[in-house]
Design a protein around this ligand. Sequence first.
Ligand code: NAI
Length: 461
Amino acid sequence: MTDTYLHLVNSGFTKKLAKQLGLPRPAPLRRHRAGDPLVDGPVLVIGLGGQDGASTPQPDADALAQLLAGTGDTPGWDLDIHRHVATTETVKAVVLVLSDVEHPDGLAAPVAALAAVLRRLAPGGRVVTISRTSTADDAPAVAAARQGVDGFLRSLAKELRGGATANGVVLAEGVDVLAPSALGALRFFLSTRSAFVDGQLLEIGSDAGTFPADWEVPLSGRVAVVTGAARGIGAAIARTLARDGATVVVVDVPAAGEALARIANEVRGTALQLDITAEDAGQRMLEHALGRHGHLDIVVHNAGITRDKLLANMSRDRWEAVLAVNIAAQLRINEALLTSGDFTDQPRIVSLASTSGIAGNRGQTNYAASKGGVIGMARATAPLLAAFGGTANAVAPGFIETEMTARIPAVTRQIARRLNSLQQGGLPEDVAEAVAFLASPAAGGVVGRVLRVCGQNLVGA
Ligand code: NAI
């Protein structure tokens, strides 16, 4: 599905007209292509002292800047890192390190330094905050400062233009700023892989996780199952996991067998025709993966259906069909995986939720119950995998251009696309990139969380 409006407001005469009329002008987003640099321009790292705070102790900002620049003892990322930029220089990304903040007053200097460069943030620029979780055990001033970052980041994301995004890495107490998941999340947010992720704060719960030998193929040697992979978001997930080095088993219903075989060929994986609501679906996935590929490490629960109706008109069948595919099947498959003894090498479960499951949506009580269920399931499944270095997480897409959303009436679809900070729908690959990050070895410290891929939808949390 193409967004004709997005093309019109970015070309020739219609671009000028849209500007004169004050219409929303979404910027085309740049997506990751093989061989792209992580960040193609200067990156400013700001610590608590702001741009002129050399005398303020800021150990986290110093350690991070050193690693990003590759100037420390350990191999770094070789980014073009600056702690200070002249008033004429353009910057591609700003990393605001606020993890040491102890009072809301401490936010003024770093935020002023960021404000001074915002007008020179390049198109598709990135702002990433690094902060700490605020808990009831914190001193009130510390908690206030930490929680303040949350509100600040979400508001800033709504102010950025030109396809720029703002996201936050939130470290739980005691988690090192250089922990695998902290760096993995920072990399994801800085890169074009997170093009449609905006206004999100991702909590890093622990130092768990491992650094990949090669950040370009972090899933090398891993075997993944993706359900509902014959088309749409599932097909994009299969392609992205394969690009990142995984061997992929694609699963879909027998009726989608032909399309499924095409995707399996494309990603050089194998196809398994299977209705995920079958009692033995989990066992059959395991048997296929073990038999054909020797092990199973990643399961992506993507298959999902909608049967929309207002609750007053909802038949029991519609309710049950949606709950059966979108949540009951996942619970049963996870149970089979967990009791098999064959899903124990840093396993990863990533489930597709939806912003409907967070904010609710008229006509979708069944769907939202199932997707809210996915979020609860991920939270409660994560601890069961912890002993194996495993994780369970959810990705909640907003409006994504697929066959599912193509069925929405034209006017409603146009409006739905604009109702986020990036003023456009996302693409299936945007969701796939988030899934691939959560499936990666570096994301071992992200446990039981929900990552929204919604361009910062104006509804919901
Ligand atoms: P889609 O309808 O294009 O594809 C879903 C795939 O799942 C189809 O190939 C279908 O055959 C398969 N499937 C359905 N029931 C199955 C079963 N019982 N067993 C095996 N396979 C089955 O959907 P789309 O848009 O690609 O969505 C993928 C996931 O993302 C779903 O879970 C959906 O709820 C979620 N999502 C999608 C959003 C969007 O904007 N497209 C927004 C939020 C969430």
